[in-house]
Design a protein around this ligand. Structure first.
Ligand SMILES: NC(=O)c1ccc[n+]([C@@H]2O[C@H](COP(=O)([O-])OP(=O)(O)OC[C@H]3O[C@@H](n4cnc5c(N)ncnc54)[C@H](O)[C@@H]3O)[C@@H](O)[C@H]2O)c1
Length: 321
């Protein structure tokens, strides 16, 4: 099988590429980013890295025509980006997504669209089922543009599905693991890891009681592969994540414990100090993952302790190399 992965040189895309290469498939990655996360695949003849953008329509047309399955992961991701550059977030996540969906429709190819737990916004009723409400703030607050951009992408996916195109929406919940972002930026794990490697304090926003459901990357990738291969997933939105809640404070303590002797401690900071006034944190995000388990047949296997240990080991080695 030939698979196109847009954003395939990113964190999730690189692991998804590994999974399809391991299955014996041929993988085409389209990404504007660096090759660092897929460098181990460059000598593999079934792996093709196309360093270009989802705004290159001619290129997309050619790639989509020759593959059997498309994963659309390319996006502007990360709070610092969507608070810092809302135009780019909306442009890539909405208009870029259009380019991929249009080409897939032209050639009747299946698309798996990577969406996010952020689409549920601040809906207080957890766990979130796929058809639950989206509860968001005002459009004058940049913080909501990422959620909205992904929700627009989802609406287009379902519209194309009505027109007969096979499409599946996967909503990821805090996926972490080796190759996630760079230390010090991006998401919680990499921010804490960067602080630990520098011997700095771990900055916990607020009182740290806000929770996340951390999902190890290989569990998420297994479900994502199934979302592409299982025809029962067509026309569905599927939450991808574990449903075990961990508070940010508990997570910081776990990382401190697993890191071993360090002078780092936990430091509580205000949200404004870190993100300014245009960010609003979500107190609890919990997936109802029944659909992932029953429809895709995937049970998350890696515990938070084990996944965090493996990720920390990887980042430590990277820091030494
Ligand atoms: N990791 C998570 O926990 C998580 C949670 C929710 C949603 N997601 C979604 O999963 C997908 C992958 O996320 P990730 O964590 O791997 O992030 P990532 O930033 O590592 O990957 C995104 C990739 O898209 C590429 N990209 C950006 N603009 C592009 C363009 N114009 N053309 C081609 N490539 C472009 C980037 O270079 C990057 O490699 C994203 O769509 C994201 O919204 C991830």
């Amino acid at each position: 099988m030939r698979v196109l992965i847009t954003g395939g040189a990113g964190f999730l895309g690189s692991h998804l590429s590994d999974a399809f290469i391991a299955r014996g498939d041929e993988v085409f990655v389209l990404d504007t980013g660096s090759i660092v996360k897929v460098r181990h695949l460059l000598s593999e003849p079934r792996f093709h890295y196309v360093h270009d953008s989802i705004f290159n329509l001619e290129l997309i047309d050619g790639l989509v025509a020759k593959v059997d399955l498309i994963y659309h992961l390319a996006a502007v991701v990360g709070v610092e980006h969507y608070v810092g550059d809302p135009y780019e977030t909306l442009n890539v996540n909405v208009n870029g997504t259009q380019n991929i969906l249009k080409a897939a429709y032209k050639y009747s190819k299946k698309v798996v669209f990577s969406s996010t737990s952020e689409v549920y916004g601040r809906n207080p009723k957890v766990p979130w089922k796929e058809d639950d409400d989206r509860v968001l703030g005002a459009t004058t607050i940049d913080r909501w543009c990422y959620s909205t951009s992904k929700a627009v992408g989802e609406h287009f996916c379902f519209a194309y599905h009505k027109l007969g195109m096979p499409v599946t929406v996967v909503r990821f919940f805090n996926i972490y693991g080796p190759r996630l972002d760079r230390v010090d930026v991006g998401r919680l794990f990499t921010i804490f890891m960067g602080q630990l490697l520098r011997g700095a304090d771990l900055t916990v926003i607020g009182d740290g009681s806000q929770t996340r459901c951390f999902t190890y990357v290989t569990d998420a990738v297994e479900a994502t592969v199934q979302a592409g291969l299982n025809p029962k997933a067509d026309g569905q939105a599927i939450n991808i994540g574990v449903d075990v809640e961990t508070s940010v404070l508990e997570f910081a303590k776990l990382m401190l414990e697993l890191f071993g002797p360090t002078k780092s401690k936990i430091k509580f900071v205000s949200q404004e100090e870190v993100y300014g006034n245009s960010y609003e944190d979500i107190p609890r995000r919990v997936p109802d993952n029944t659909r992932m388990r029953q429809l895709l047949g995937v049970e998350p296997r890696i515990s938070l302790r084990e996944g965090t240990r493996m990720s920390m080991e990887w980042f430590r080695k990277e820091a030494q190399s």
